[in-house]
Every structure is written in structure tokens, then in C-alpha cells.
Design a protein around this ligand. Structure first.
Ligand code: ADP
Length: 379
């Protein structure tokens, strides 16, 4: 089946056409691209998708798209699995916008535009937080007045679920463990980063919360912070409006705030040449992550593996080494040589006597979305 995978943001559309019958990644990806500057150089999402359709003419050689899979960031607690999009689903995705104001409205525009560009082609929504819908209530609730939960939907939702789900499946298969029996810890470390505790192949806990701001120290996001920091500063400085604070914590914090750069490669290089701020930033980031790993090891009743994935997790052996150094108490040991090997395939980077294996597994959200789309369309 030829599936067009669309990741629609407010000013950009990332797309990929995949042949789900291809035997390997190279034969599965027929075309991919990114269209930016929607709202400035390109007037709207419909025109962006028209450009995309034009770009696809040549690589498709007259073949037609069989189905479209959309990445949708927020499914709230309404959508716990991928669904075929109809008017009602579209309305519900729109209604969930208060929980993802930067993303869901853009997804709605993208879905409407795709309906115009590809009339009659089935479209499937694959939700970023669906994998996290198995979290038990004591994990997803916050200890705040009940009304916040019942009236405003304030709870932990998590994100990166498609990636955590996909990587969980690959890890279990790689280790020869039945997925339903697999307990593990998945660290998805990209510009945005989250870690998930997997028990019996399902999500038990995840570090992102009501929004993707919570948890780990990220490229530009603070991760966990004492909430009184916000209220105290906002009471002290009238210029710190909620919108300004939101911007600071999402876009001006994390590695960028401490090291002056949000790219892991640059921060590691700076540390290696003696930059103290870069060292502090990496200490903070690796310490926070190690603390979560310890916590999740306990949460799942003993993980069978620790898995690194996404941009930093797959590529930054220095960062993985910094985290590994902090895991001695768990008996986890990285093998420096294995840790320095780059591979497109899943691999082990721990020593033989490590208490549990540490793996690096390349994530592939587009592949996961395409497969989920085929499954929904075929059912
Ligand atoms: P996202 O999808 O969240 O934007 P990615 O998963 O693409 O992020 O990861 C992006 C991050 O991965 C970059 O900020 C960069 O720091 C890091 N990264 C990418 N390649 C490398 C590399 N070769 N070495 C170290 N870090 C890398």
C-alpha cells in the first residue's frame, strides 16, 4: 500500500510516501520532503499540500496514494488508538486544541487540506499520546484539586508515544522476549526528549506530562521545575506574563539556557574544549535522565533493558557515556567500544556483565504511522 505520512505543524508540513510492502527501509521510502514558511511565503496549508502533491508527481510515476496517515499530537483521553478520520473525529481533534494549542489546530488544517488535495482517499489519525493511554490513574493524576482534572483535563498525557511504542516492539523482538512480557525503559532523546517506563509491553509511566514541557532537560525546554518558580517570578515581575513565561520555559531554557546552545553536538564539543557552562549543562541533563532511569527501574519492577533512541540517543555516544557513568548503582555498564559504533540497526552497547543490556534502536515514526494507517484502513 502507498501511504502518505503527514506531520503538519502551524508553519510547516513534513511528509513521506511509503510503500508498506517494501522489504527494507530503502525500498519503503518513495519520497519525502518538508515544506516551510506556511503563513508567510506560502499562504495556507491547502497551497502547501498542492505543492507537495506536485513534488510527488515524479517519484510516484503515476501511482496513486492509497491512504494518508496524520501524526496528531494530542488525542486527550478520547483517542487511545489510531482512527479513521471522519467529520466527528476531525471535530474532536479540534476540540482538543486547548491541550495542544500549537499542534492540534495545525493538524485540523492539514487534514482539511489533504481532503481537498486527495478527495476520497482514506485518512487516519495516529495520536502521539495514544501509547500512554495505559498509564494507571495513580500515575497520570496530579495531586491538585479534583476540579482541575474534571473540568480542565489536567493530567499527565505524555508525548512521543508512536516512537516509544515502535521502539518497545523492536527491543522486545531484538531480545527475543514476548512483547507482553517485556519490561523496559525507553529514552527518546531528540530536541524534545522523554523517557517511558514500559511494563508488560505497555506504557506504565512517562516523563512528559500535561504538556511536553515536563520531565527531562531538553534542547530548549526546562523539563521538571518547581511550579512556585513560575508563580513567584510572575508575582514579582509584571512583564512576565503567562505567555512570556510559557515561551521562556519552552524556547529559552534547557541546554540553550545553561550552555548557550541547544544542539547536543555543539554542547559536547564545547565541554571537550573546557567550557564550564557546557559541562554544567551536560551534568544537569545526564543527571536528570539517570535519576528517571533509576525511578523507572523501580516502577516497572526491574527493567530487562534500557534503550536509547532519537537524534541524541542514536547518535551521541559521548552523551550516552555520561549517562552510563551514573548508572553504576544499578549494575549497568556501557562498553566504550560498542558505545562508539554507529549503526542503522539495533545494537547492544553494554558490557557482557552489565546487569541489563543497554540498546540503541533507531526510531522510525513515519514507518510506525504508515503501518498503523494500513492496519486501520484494512480493518
Ligand atoms: P526532534 O525530532 O525532536 O526535532 P531529533 O530526534 O531529530 O529531534 O534530534 C535532534 C537532536 O539530535 C539535535 O538537537 C542534535 O543535538 C542531536 N543530534 C543529531 N545528530 C547528532 C550527532 N551526530 N551527534 C550528537 N547529537 C546529534
Amino acid at each position: 500500500m502507498l501511504v502518505l505520512v503527514i506531520n503538519c505543524g502551524s508553519s510547516s508540513v513534513k511528509y513521506q510516501v511509503r510503500d508498506t510492502e517494501g522489504s527494507i527501509e530503502d525500498t519503503q521510502v518513495i519520497a519525502k520532503g518538508l515544506i516551510e514558511n506556511i503563513g508567510t511565503k506560502i499562504p495556507n496549508h491547502t497551497e502547501a499540500l498542492e505543492i507537495m502533491a506536485k513534488n510527488l508527481e515524479e517519484p510516484l510515476h503515476g501511482k496513486t496514494i492509497d491512504a494518508i496517515g496524520h501524526r496528531v499530537v494530542q488525542g486527550g483521553d478520547i483517542f487511545t488508538e489510531p482512527v479513521l478520520i471522519d467529520e466527528d473525529v476531525l471535530q474532536k481533534i479540534d476540540d482538543l486544541s486547548p491541550l495542544a494549542p500549537l499542534h492540534n489546530p495545525a493538524h485540523v488544517l492539514g487534514i482539511k487540506a489533504a481532503t481537498e488535495t486527495y478527495p476520497g482517499v482514506p485518512q487516519v489519525a495516529v495520536f502521539d499520546n495514544a501509547f500512554h493511554s495505559t498509564m494507571p490513574e495513580h500515575v497520570y493524576r496530579y495531586a491538585v484539586p479534583e476540579k482541575f482534572y474534571t473540568d480542565y483535563g489536567v493530567r499527565r498525557y505524555g508525548a512521543h508515544g508512536t516512537s516509544h511504542d515502535y521502539v518497545t516492539g523492536i527491543a522486545a523482538e531484538f531480545l527475543g522476549i514476548n512483547r507482553d512480557d517485556f519490561n523496559g525503559i525507553i529514552a527518546h532523546l531528540g530536541n524534545g526528549a522523554s523517557i517511558t517506563a514500559v511494563q508488560g509491553g505497555k506504557c506504565l509511566d512517562t516523563s512528559m506530562g500535561y504538556t511536553p514541557l515536563a520531565g527531562l532537560v531538553m534542547g530548549t525546554r526546562s523539563g521538571d521545575i518547581d511550579p512556585s518558580v513560575l508563580t513567584a517570578l510572575m508575582m514579582r515581575d509584571p512583564e512576565l506574563t503567562p505567555a512570556k513565561m510559557d515561551h521562556i520555559l519552552n524556547k529559552e531554557s534547557g541546554l540553550l539556557a545553561i550552555a548557550g546552545n541547544n544542539d547536543m553536538r555543539a554542547v559536547v564539543e564545547a565541554m571537550e574544549s573546557g567550557d564550564e557552562r557546557a559541562k554544567l549543562a551536560l551534568d544537569m541533563t545526564s543527571y536528570r535522565l539517570a535519576k528517571y532511569i533509576g525511578g523507572y527501574h523501580v516502577a516497572v519492577g526491574g527493567a530487562q533493558a534500557l534503550v536509547f533512541t532519537a537524534g541524541i540517543g542514536e547518535n551521541s555516544s559521548p552523551f550516552r557515556a555520561l549517562v552510563g557513568e551514573r548508572l553504576g548503582a544499578l549494575g549497568i555498564k556501557l562498553d566504550p567500544e560498542l558505545n562508539s559504533v554507529r549503526s542503522d540497526a539495533p545494537q547492544i552497547i553494554s558490557t557482557e556483565d552489565s546487569a541489563i543490556p543497554v540498546l540503541v534502536i533507531p526510531t522510525n515514526e513515519e514507518k510506525a504511522i504508515a503501518e498503523a494507517t494500513v492496519e486501520v484502513v484494512n480493518s
